[in-house]
Design a protein around this ligand. Structure first.
Ligand code: UD1
Length: 353
């Protein structure tokens, strides 16, 4: 293996790719980093590159926002010539965003082997764009790096050859482990204490204004029990701007950098989210997590971690917050191989190819 090319595009890709870049670097393999530009705001992209100490991308495709078809097609059109120029031996794609599936498709047509980092996760909910992206990316990949046992089982069920599947653990936890000391040292003065930390950005929760209003009403109710800090994703911000949201103990902020967000997570009494990665981070940190979704592609966070699915039941959400504040929050354990060394295991596998 002489050259590995990494494709990243959206915020949750960056913390997964950073440790893999670092681990492969130690093995002296040439690396190329391509940013699709799916996320482009400074606080959704550059800040993460800086804090995670990622190298400058060798190419930025500048695709920006658009419908799913537009965004996916733009990544495909703009990535193809870059791959033809660099001629990598392997392309690594991360997670389940549109950039991931677009890159996997381009590689498969150019007969360039693909490795999918965070393979095998399934919510079994095809109304989620990410579920489609996961299934297609996995089907087209030659190396499938899974974070947990359920990932292996799903891939085997779908007929993927056993030899392609490598359970390496959770690379996102590698970034967390590395930057946890910085997060512990990061002051959260100026933020309320105790606090509940909230992130909500899934299309199913925010694109329909009735759904979003119901969530915000529930949060306003909960804010009478505990002050809420809510860094707002641009997608959610656009929707909230349409009708406004004012409550003195519900603090809406711009998206936060990685270390600052982690600093709040470790100090939060409870986290309320619809993110995938945050379900995992809270399980690692032992912080109770209430997930505003009917399903999760990360079931270990529920079976052995601190996660509870509350779906769209706002009464359950409020009741679970009360239960946490009464000291009855869910306790959990850290899943196997979520130990900070997953990227090293990927690098070892690549070296022995
Ligand atoms: C994407 C991923 C989602 C992931 C999320 C994390 C897909 C299908 N979805 O969703 O899995 O959880 O990233 O953040 O790939 N916008 C900005 N600035 C930016 C980026 C986006 O203002 O830097 C706005 C644009 O108006 C855009 C909207 O946010 O239309 C949504 O962005 P998009 O990349 O389409 O999807 P996300 O909701 O961010």
């Amino acid at each position: 293996m002489k050259q590995v090319l990494h494709v990243v595009g959206a915020r949750p890709n960056f913390m997964k790719a950073a440790p893999v870049l670092r681990a492969i670097e130690r093995h002296g393999i040439r690396q190329t980093l391509v940013h699709t530009g799916q996320h482009y705001d400074r606080n959704m992209s550059d800040v993460f590159f800086n804090q995670l100490e990622m190298p400058e991308p060798d190419a930025n495709l500048g695709v920006g926002s658009g419908s799913h078809a537009q965004q996916t097609a733009e990544v495909m059109c703009r990535l193809e010539p870059v791959l033809l120029e660099y001629k990598p031996d392997l392309v690594l794609v991360y997670g389940d965003v549109n950039s991931t599936v677009a890159a996997a498709l381009v590689c498969s047509k150019l007969l360039i082997p693909v490795g999918h980092v965070e393979a095998g996760l399934r919510s079994f909910d095809l109304t989620m764009p990410e579920e489609v992206n996961r299934i297609v990316a996995d089907r087209l990949s030659d190396l499938l790096f899974t974070p947990s046992e359920d990932g292996d089982a799903h891939l085997l069920q779908e007929g993927i050859a056993k030899e392609k599947i490598h359970r390496v653990g959770n690379v996102m936890i590698d970034s967390l482990v590395r930057l946890l000391p910085a997060a512990k040292n990061c002051s959260t003065n100026g933020f309320p204490q105790p606090l509940a930390l909230v992130t909500i950005h899934r299309p199913s929760n925010v694109d329909n204004s009735e759904n979003l209003k119901k969530i915000l009403d529930a949060l306003i109710g909960i804010s009478h029990l505990i002050e809420i800090v809510f860094p707002v994703h641009p997608r959610t911000r656009q929707r909230i701007n349409g009708f406004g949201c004012h409550a003195s103990r519900l603090h809406l902020l711009d998206p936060l950098p990685y270390i600052e967000f982690l600093a709040l997570q470790i100090r939060a009494a409870v986290v309320i989210t619809d993110s995938g990665g945050i379900q995992e981070e809270t399980t690692y940190l032992g912080v109770p997590c209430l997930t505003v979704r009917e399903n999760t592609e990360r079931p270990v966070t529920v079976t052995i971690g601190t996660n509870i699915l509350v779906g769209d039941d706002k009464k359950k959400l409020t009741a679970e917050v009360k239960s946490v504040l009464d000291g009855k929050g869910k306790k959990g354990v850290i899943p196997p191989l979520w130990d900070g060394n997953a990227a090293e295991r990927i690098a070892d596998i690549l070296c022995h190819l």
